[in-house]
Design a protein around this ligand. Structure first.
Ligand code: AMP
Ligand code: GLY
Length: 422
């Protein structure tokens, strides 16, 4: 079959790479893609539905949250294409934090206590009336990883209301005027992924992301600077607990509210003293977490994606995915100035000297036979090894071969995990 992948990040590079290995994939296409994806398959620019028609796609896999929130799956379905990913209405699980918090509360899914407000004035008045303490202030809507203030004091939280609304007003999606105030939870964070066909879950595995720009989890939040799996503090018991107390009730809640959720359930978890709780849901694969999932997954992923999209030929309940019994670790090479104002158009050198690691392209473009930087997160370098130490060694060895002006990366991805897993 002909499969079209939509998106241009490292996540989509990993999806193309994995899908190409499937015996079901006769041809793979991507739109818009990047320089690395263009080395794997033909890439097109333009309207997704038009491109699906042009290439005669039998199946379309949607990567990015923005496209899902824009309703690309609805448009593809209306045009008769089978597409992987939630509809616009179901993608509210990510695009509206308030909608999701209300759903979780209604169905008893563990999450931070919260209150919602339609105006900054109401949100501030609420905070003024609270005892001194820590709060988390969030704008509703997709705010590309921003739009959240974790405030240690009441005054910081009050100032945070204007801050998150200021950020939200500059982003295009969501109800930018609404505010969510949450109790502060504490504990380690981890992400867990499942695929869903609207009725059934196909749990994947856990991944540890590092969102802060600099070593020691310092600096501004980013889309993710590195990640790895397995996670040392994770366990089969915890996995079972998350599936039973969080994912299943979320899916049952969605069904009861008439939402047919098809696609990725990406659950951001905090492991609190009272057990795992939901920080947020995303409606797509994480980036760079997807790169880890696709490399550690031993099975053909295409039947699972087809089953979730509603293909009559495959069923989630008949699919069992197997996973490599190894560790994978990815480090992001970011452009100078990322996340605030990434520098662009610098030549990337040394890619050909990487031998024992995978390189997934994100913000890259090809010009005059060269590969240039073209975005904040430029490349993701991924090593696989029998244990953390090996995976980490391979990753950083490969990173040392790649250069571009102002490149920065975290040198501590997996450092703690390596000691904990020994
Ligand atoms: P979100 O965009 O909702 O995932 O929030 C971004 C980050 O803020 C999370 O990865 C957490 O580190 C932090 N965070 C969000 N909500 C809470 C909460 N209720 N308690 C503590 N930290 C939180
Ligand atoms: N790496 C975090 C995300 O994809 O949202």
């Amino acid at each position: 079959m002909k499969i079209l992948v939509l998106g241009s990040g490292g996540r989509e590079h990993a999806l193309v790479w994995k899908i190409k290995q499937s015996p079901l994939a006769e041809q793979v296409f991507c739109s818009p893609g990047n320089a690395g994806i263009a080395q794997e398959c033909e890439c097109f620019k333009g309207d997704p539905v038009e491109i699906a028609r042009q290439v005669g796609a039998d199946f379309v896999v949607v990567g990015p949250d923005g496209m899902l929130a824009d309703g690309v799956v609805d448009r593809l379905n209306e045009a008769g294409f089978l597409a992987f990913g939630p509809t616009q209405s179901a993608a509210r699980l990510e695009s509206s934090k308030i909608w999701t918090k209300n759903l979780l509360q209604k169905y008893g899914v563990p999450t931070a206590k919260f209150a919602t407000f339609d105006s900054a004035t109401d949100a501030k008045a609420y905070l003024h009336a609270q005892d001194e303490g820590a709060f988390v202030v969030k704008a509703d809507g997709l705010a590309v990883g921003k739009g959240v203030v974790v405030a240690a004091t009441k005054n910081e939280a009050i100032a945070g209301v204007d801050e998150v609304l200021g950020i939200a007003s500059q982003t295009v999606q969501g109800d930018a005027g609404r505010v969510l105030i949450e109790e502060m939870m504490s504990g380690p964070e981890v992400s867990f992924f499942a695929l869903c066909d609207g009725q059934n879950l196909l749990p994947l595995i856990e991944v540890q992301d590092h969102k802060r720009a600099f070593d020691g989890d310092l600096g501004p939040n980013t889309g993710g600077m590195g990640c790895y799996s397995p996670v040392p503090f994770w366990s089969p018991e915890l996995r079972e607990q998350v599936i039973e107390t969080i994912l299943k009730p979320t899916l049952e809640g969605l069904k009861s509210d008439g939402v047919e959720y098809r696609g990725v359930l990406y659950c951001g978890l905090m492991l609190t003293e009272d057990g795992p709780k939901v920080i947020e849901y995303n409606a797509r694969f994480g980036d760079p977490e997807c790169q880890i999932l696709m490399t550690l997954c031993e099975s053909d992923i295409v039947p699972a994606l087809l089953a979730c999209a509603g293909s009559p030929d495959y069923s989630v309940t008949d699919i069992e995915l197997s996973w490599r019994d190894e560790a994978a670790l990815l480090v992001v090479l970011a452009a100078s100035g990322y996340p605030a104002s990434p520098r662009r158009d610098d030549p990337i050198i040394g890619l050909e000297s990487v031998s024992d690691a995978l390189v997934f392209h994100a913000g890259t473009r090809a010009a005059d036979g060269k590969i240039l930087t073209a975005g904040g997160r430029v490349l993701g370098v991924l090593g696989i090894g029998a244990n953390f130490a090996q995976a980490r060694q391979k990753t950083y060895e490969a990173v040392s071969h790649i250069h571009f002006e102002g490149a920065h990366f975290r040198s501590d991805i997996g450092k703690l995990a390596m000691t904990e897993s020994e």
